[in-house]
Write a protein that binds this ligand. Structure first.
Ligand code: FE2
Length: 379
């Protein structure tokens, strides 16, 4: 049972539903009306601009009728009906500040304990069954990575993975890149080394936000793939030492990659926050780290201490989830969040992977469209 209360000045409408209380401002309510003069029927595009709403807009009457909230606005003098569930779903009546490092949307931090339940989809099911596709994409949105198994074993199969949610992001490496290694006794010594967990291409701005790695051959022992939740690592750093978290989020690092005809450079923080403190991205890649010049002299020692500790947390086995990929299996990471690495080899053989980039907006869009189909227009 909903109850409505109007402030005496008509500026605030309060909805009460059981223990839930949500206050809304008159200007917000008028701007978010869904009547056919405000929103186009069908595609829902907004038909008015803020300049079309009087700055002194207020509510003169509020009543419940037929399961809807009816509000009369002055100076327009119009009455507009609101869907109560929509209003409660869009409530913004919350405490002003959240601790920096909070997780937006449906993200959930994880550590090695996720190993018992590695997010996985089946290629044929995800391709053919919309609910299986939504479930697979929802795992990527929640954990920042997922495996896909039983896919085709053929050159370019990774593009079929990208087709499930979006488009390939081509770079100077081409539309895909080859990771092909012959591991024999002569080169075992150096190829056998694992890589430190990293995010890819932090020197691009914007960086590619999805990486797909697809296994076509894997006869060598070892060489498992591993992933670390960069958001969990950043949050652990903050728990241990809030100043170190601040120093990495409040200063820019620099990243660089120089190749034939390319010199990619970026100036972005290792821990990037939204203006409201939500974790937006983690960038961590020792191979493309450039000289850091945006940290004041007196702060540099703390910056290096924080950078070192973040690396130690990332290297901590209690943070990592590892899995072996067989031919036809692939995994996808949210490259703004989840670090990846390959572990060392312990035997000889061949290993052939193909990789490509794509973007998370495709993941989120396809997921949202599957969960809530709606005719959409551009913008
Ligand atoms: Fe990589």
């Amino acid at each position: 049972m909903f109850q409505v209360q109007l402030s005496t000045d008509g500026d605030v409408v309060t909805l009460t539903h059981g223990n839930d209380i949500a206050r809304f401002h008159a200007i917000w309510l008028r701007d978010n009306a869904w009547d056919e003069d405000t929103r186009a029927p069908g595609n829902g595009q907004r038909l008015i601009a803020l300049r079309d709403i009087d700055a002194g807009v207020h509510v003169t009457a509020a009543r419940m009728e037929g399961g809807q909230l009816h509000l009369t606005f002055a100076p327009e003098g119009r009455s507009i009906a609101y869907d109560l569930a929509w209003l409660m779903e869009h409530s913004y009546d919350r405490a002003q500040n959240r601790a920096p490092g909070w997780l937006a949307d449906s993200a959930e931090a994880w550590d090695a304990r996720l190993m018992d339940n590695v997010p996985t989809g089946d290629f044929a099911a995800v391709l053919g069954d919309p609910s299986a596709r939504a479930a697979w994409l929802a795992q990527i949105a929640r954990y920042g990575f997922a495996k896909l198994q039983d896919g085709p074993v053929e050159d370019g199969a990774l593009f079929k993975v990208v087709d499930l949610f979006g488009h390939v992001r081509e770079t100077n490496y081409g539309s895909k890149f080859e990771v092909r290694t012959e591991i024999n006794p002569t080169n075992l010594a150096y190829t056998g080394l694992g890589l430190q967990a990293h995010t890819d291409n932090p020197y691009r701005d914007p960086m590619p936000t999805v990486q797909v790695l697809y296994c076509l051959e894997s006869t060598a022992e070892g060489g498992e793939n591993m992933v670390v939740d960069g958001f969990a690592a950043a949050r652990r750093l903050r728990e241990e030492n809030p100043e170190w978290f601040d120093v990495l989020s409040q200063h820019c690092a620099r990243f660089e990659y120089a190749g034939t005809g390319v010199r990619l450079q970026s100036r972005r923080p290792m821990i990037e926050l939204d203006p409201d403190g939500a974790l937006r991205a983690v960038r961590f890649n020792n191979r493309s780290a450039a000289a850091i010049t945006d940290v004041p002299f007196d702060v540099m020692p703390a910056y290096y201490a924080a950078y070192r500790r973040l690396g130690e947390i990332i290297d901590d086995p209690s943070m990592e989830v590892s899995f072996r990929l067989e031919p036809g299996e692939s995994f996808l990471v949210d490259n703004t969040r989840v670090l990846h690495a390959r572990k060392g080899y312990s035997g000889t053989g061949t290993r052939w992977f193909q990789g490509c980039y794509a973007d998370m907006d495709g993941v989120r869009s396809t997921l949202a469209a599957l969960q809530k189909p709606r005719k959409e227009a551009a913008e």
